[in-house]
Design a protein around this ligand. Sequence first.
Ligand code: C2E
Ligand code: CA
Ligand code: CA
Length: 808
Amino acid sequence: MSPDDQSNHWNVLMLEDNEDDALLIINHLETHGCDISWTRIETEPDLRKHLANDEWDVVLSDYSMPLFDGVSALRVVRELDPDMPFVFVSGTLGEKAAVAAIKGGAQDYVVKHDLNRLAPVVERAIAEQALQKRHRLAQDVLRKLSQAVEQAADSIFITNRQGEFEYVNPAFEKMTGYRAEAVAGRTPSVLKATQQNPAAYSELWETVLGKQTYRGTLVNRKHDGATFYEEKVITPLVNQAGQITHFVSTGRDISDRVKADEDRARLNAILEATTDIVAIADATGAVIYVNKAGHSLLAEIKPDSSATQAAGELIGNALGQAEKHGVWERESVLSGGDGQTIYLHQVIMSHRDQNGNIAYFSTIARNISERKQFEAELQHQATHDVLTGLANRVLLAEQLQTEMNRSQRRNSVTAVVFLDMDNFKRVNDSLGHGIGDQLLQQVSVRLGRHIRPNDILARYGGDEFVIVASDLENADAITAILDKLNRAFEHPVHVARQDIFVSFSAGIAVYPDDGGDADTLLRNADSAMYQSKADGGRAFRFYAPAMNERQQRLLAMESELHRALARNEFVVYYQPQAELASGQVTGAEALIRWRHPQRGLVPPDEFIPLLEETGLINEVGLWVLRRACLDMTTYTQTHGLCPRVSVNLSARQFASGELVQQVAQVLEETGFPPDRLELEITEQILISDLQASKAILGALHDMGVSVAIDDFGTGYCSLAYLKRLPLHVLKIDRTFVAGLPADHNDLAIVEAIILLAHKLDLQVVAEGVETLGQLETLRSLGCDMVQGYYLGKPAPLQALAETGALAH
Ligand code: C2E
Ligand code: CA
Ligand code: CA
């Protein structure tokens, strides 16, 4: 700065008690080309105030003043602003004071009576102080910088162009274990670790020599030999000439981070490699991670939904439990749309943050389908017979107990049938075990085919089988099942090109009568089987003796009945019916008989109930109907007139739903005139379902077939019912006829029946007429027709023609 510089404007703070002196000084400066603004003060408070409040270029101070002194003023100025230019302008200053002034920090001094030096002195003082200020500030920055470098957490060092250490900070020492003195003059290659790929160094040098900043991670070695990962930044320092003078390296030990990364990568690799499903859901249950196995397994099972969705399903319904227990284990099932199912063993965990709030959920699920299947197979093996695949005695006992419990609740009967093959030992001994095994397999299959769907079939051991039939209404019902089995083995079993006839000895025990637990029932069935075997086999025995007799008889007859139709053992007898008015035989009742090869002619009362029970009645009843029509057609052809024929119907036939169609078909087949056919139905059958009866009777009526009420008077039928039905004939039960004419009660009843029947337009037939007295009484009561031994017993067709007219 020169005094004639236009910008040479100084703001001067003047400490001067004498105003004239002050003006003199300012004037002097102005005359020397300085542009001055100034303020004169003379006390310490003013000095402090002005220094604090305004910007000054220089302080000019008198040395001695009445209110203040120059040395104190200098101290105050230095205290408040060490860089403020300060020049003493005073009267004569002794040598000593002058030295003290300069030592105290004044830039210079000028004596008032020789102001010639003032302008250049002030100018120099200002310039000096500005320089000093810059210097001081730079020092300041440098100090702070070096402090920062010294205290930095990162390792910092500086090398020269040759790469020799010039400076290392304490963090470097700490990080590497090398003291500053130890590396002085050496290069960073002391840190080189053998693990480091040398390519990184080439890259490093290429970068920094190209005056670029290098950033990278190096594996380095500490003084003690331990390696560490250092994240480095190396900056070349370039001088004004563009030459690299130094390198500054900062580094940070990131071994922990690298290790954490490695750990995480390892864990991740494991998660991705495991065959277990691993999924993570956030605190709301939204899935945020599914591992590879999860993706592939879930995609396989649920191709239509995403793995995330499927995993959500897997976690979703367990959140509550996981939250409650922390760790929640269960087995779960995932089923896909195509029926594929996988079983999972699943652990669901809730993870909490420091505050104890749920942070996230995780689940690890293992596909245990194979194990499940294996377990199921084991379970099957443990409970099933290997040869036949049937339940073994372990499972049998369990299932039997279940059935017994059910029986108890339902109040029904459960039967245990113990079957033992009669001839198995012989087969085994003569044909070998291999064929014996095949036979057992075939037998088990055939048995299985002939039991009811819910019955249990088990192989008890050797050639012993057990059938458990439950939900039976009573013990009699078991005979139907046994009969079916018997018939199933009427045909031989074909094994190894041989026909082997199989029969069983069977023992039956019934719950609840024959035992309250599975063991007892099985034991009793077994002992009944032994009885049957002792009696020669090929038969069954009940554990309870009373059942045996009854069932034995019924069963024997039943199986014979099955064959009776095919063997043509049934015959139809006819019993004549005569008109009382004319005395002529005008009709006959068809009555079935069973011509049994040993027992001779069996009356219907002994086998009709059994036919009904077994359902055979439908077939046999149809046969009677056809036979009667055919017989009467024959009769018509030989005798020229066609009598009315009455055929009895059982309840089952009536309810079968096929009656009308069957009657129509038989009439059609035989050509028998419908108006000559009469069907006999008891009143119980009619009223059991009045609506259905009405429809059937209507259809028969339309066909021209007439219907008779059989055994009238024995039921509870009121004539009012009959009024509504299309009926034609009423047969008075023979128990009423028997009392005629002596029994007044019977007489009154028969009389009433006839009267009412006639009111309803019904013809009346009296059954069981055995005497002339009965006949006469009936005639006098207005009865239309009679039937009974008096006129003729039921007899074969030929006999009908020989029946004469009634005498009048
Ligand atoms: P029902 O329909 O009441 O048949 C009349 C029964 O009385 C016949 O017995 C007959 O032999 C007997 N009877 C006839 N006149 C006299 C008599 O003067 N005195 C005595 N004491 N009895 C006489 P039967 O033939 O033994 O038939 C018994 C029952 O078997 C029949 O009673 C009928 O309910 C049933 N029945 C016979 N044949 C068939 C048939 O083809 N189908 C059906 N569903 N039931 C039949
Ligand atoms: Ca009858
Ligand atoms: Ca009757």
